[in-house]
Design a protein. Structure first.
Length: 101
């Protein structure tokens, strides 16, 4: 479960739009809105990535997809471990030449 957001989405969007439209430094806009300047800097960078202006960050869509794939990999690995354990158990049970423990 993701942690709750400290700032509402509307504030984030407004702050990013204000930085782009006003041309003022991020630190000044952040101080006016009462948000931390590094938070606003990250929001601006993410908006630039989502808009195709930056290539050094994942877009929001790519980040969500990556999260989905990581969850799927974790689930598949867990399933694989269960199947390996079950396979080993049944191999021991069904092999008449192996001594039972």
């Amino acid at each position: 479960m993701p942690r709750p957001k400290k700032y509402p989405d509307e504030l984030r969007e407004r702050a990013v739009r204000l930085v782009f439209d006003s041309g003022r430094p991020i630190a000044h806009v952040a101080a006016d809105l009462g948000v931390h300047r590094e938070s606003l800097r990250n929001w601006v960078r993410q908006a630039e990535a989502d808009g195709g202006k930056r290539r050094d960050r994942l877009t929001t869509v790519e980040r969500e997809r990556l999260g989905e794939l990581e969850r799927e990999v974790r689930e598949l690995r867990r399933t694989n471990e269960i199947l390996k354990a079950a396979s080993a158990y049944f191999a021991r049970e069904l092999d008449p030449t192996r001594p039972k423990r």
